[in-house]
Design a protein around this ligand. Structure first.
Ligand SMILES: Nc1ncnc2c1ncn2[C@@H]1O[C@H](COP(=O)(O)O)[C@@H](OP(=O)(O)O)[C@H]1O
Ligand SMILES: [Mg+2]
Ligand SMILES: [Mg+2]
Ligand SMILES: [Mg+2]
Length: 341
């Protein structure tokens, strides 16, 4: 006797399965194909190319900075006040340099995030990168390094030390570009328009600057801001004593170079750089990348790494060192409170 139940015909099962597969295909084919297309279109960018482009941008911006200073056509304005009440100056040097630097990078890589200190309402500039990689870069970094374009944030400071630029203190003035990948600073360029020197570095790649042979970690010379100092002097003296040598200087780019052997012109030589007031990521990212490439550190005053994605704000101050025990310095500094500096 045949067992009770439904008898399945093999043909029926096959037709049922095919219908099921057809339904699944119909439901998911759109999703799958769009995912596949997005995957195929996912853009990448070579960090060595971005380094060379950043150098070119910093140099081209620097020409404008120099020209406007030479012609004495600064058209100095105020953008408002800093959190601490200092005037934030803006000149034609900042604006013209921004246009050159920003559009050169945007036109070459329209799909990467570029954050400049300055903004403009013009139609832009029709410049594109020549794709020339300087020989000094090729010889120190023989291989490129490709990363997803969406992981990249570029920070531009078209003119660092605007205050000193208006006072004609030319040695402090730089133009800077930084490339961060997933928030980590990996490419840094600091260019000096009035000497033509460009400091560059790529983390895990190479650099044209180096740490000096020795640093004094016990009785350090500390370089600080001359126009946004806040209570930095007392902060340093609490850690290292009232006789500590403090060097006031303009520009965040300049102050990082003062920690290095930069073989440009006579630099003030400092053992560490400390900043206690509010500062923005375009001011510090390039220096951070260069120090990191040389085994040094730039952190907040609590010793935290700075994330170079998202907002431009860095409220935690800056401590920069190279070839000395950074954590030991953090421990020696007074407890940091951003509202008291
Ligand atoms: N408290 C603050 N608020 C806003 N920007 C600050 C700041 N302190 C320093 N900066 C910026 O950081 C750079 C270096 O400052 P300093 O010379 O005082 O060390 C300058 O950049 P810019 O000249 O590009 O604006 C300056 O404006
Ligand atoms: Mg400014
Ligand atoms: Mg700046
Ligand atoms: Mg600036």
């Amino acid at each position: 006797m045949a067992p009770m139940g439904i008898r399945l015909s093999p043909l029926g099962v096959a037709v049922f399965c095919l219908l099921g597969l057809g339904l699944l295909y119909h439901l998911y084919s759109g999703v799958l194909s769009s995912r596949l297309a997005a995957f195929r279109q996912r853009k990448t960018v070579d960090l060595r190319d971005l380094l060379a482009l950043s150098m070119e941008a910093a140099v081209q911006g620097g020409w404008e900075v120099k020209r406007i200073r030479m012609e004495d056509t600064l058209e100095e304005k105020s953008k408002g006040k800093t959190k601490e009440g200092a005037l934030e100056k803006l000149t034609l040097g900042d604006l013209n340099s921004h246009r050159k630097m920003y559009y050169l990078i945007r036109n070459t890589y329209p799909y990467i995030q570029v954050n400049s200190e300055e903004h403009d309402n013009s139609d832009g500039e029709a410049t594109v990168w020549t794709r020339n990689i300087p020989d000094e870069v090729l010889s120190k970094i023989p291989e490129g390094k490709v990363v997803p374009a969406e992981s990249v944030t570029v920070w531009i400071d078209p003119l660092d030390a605007t205050q000193e630029y208006t006072e004609n203190l030319r040695k402090y003035v730089t133009t800077m570009v930084c490339v961060a990948v997933n928030g980590e600073p990996v490419v840094g360029v600091i260019h000096k328009p009035f000497t033509g020197f460009t400091a560059w570095a790529m983390v895990g790649g190479g650099a044209n600057v180096a740490p000096r042979d020795s640093y004094n970690a016990n009785a350090p010379k500390v370089i600080v801001s001359r126009s946004h100092a806040g209570k930095v002097k007392g902060f340093i003296q609490q850690a290292y004593g009232n006789n500590t040598e403090i060097i006031p200087a303009g520009g965040a780019g300049y102050k990082v170079l003062a920690l290095l052997d930069a073989s440009d012109e006579e630099y003030e030589k400092a053992d560490m750089y400390i900043h206690v007031t509010y500062i923005k990521k375009w001011d510090i990212c390039a220096g951070n990348a260069i120090l990191k490439a040389l085994g040094g550190h730039m952190t907040t005053l609590k010793g935290e790494e700075i994330d170079y994605s998202g907002s431009e704000k860095n409220p935690g101050g800056v401590l920069a060192t190279v070839s000395i025990d950074h954590d030991a310095v953090v421990k020696k500094l007074p407890a940091w409170d951003e509202n008291k500096n």
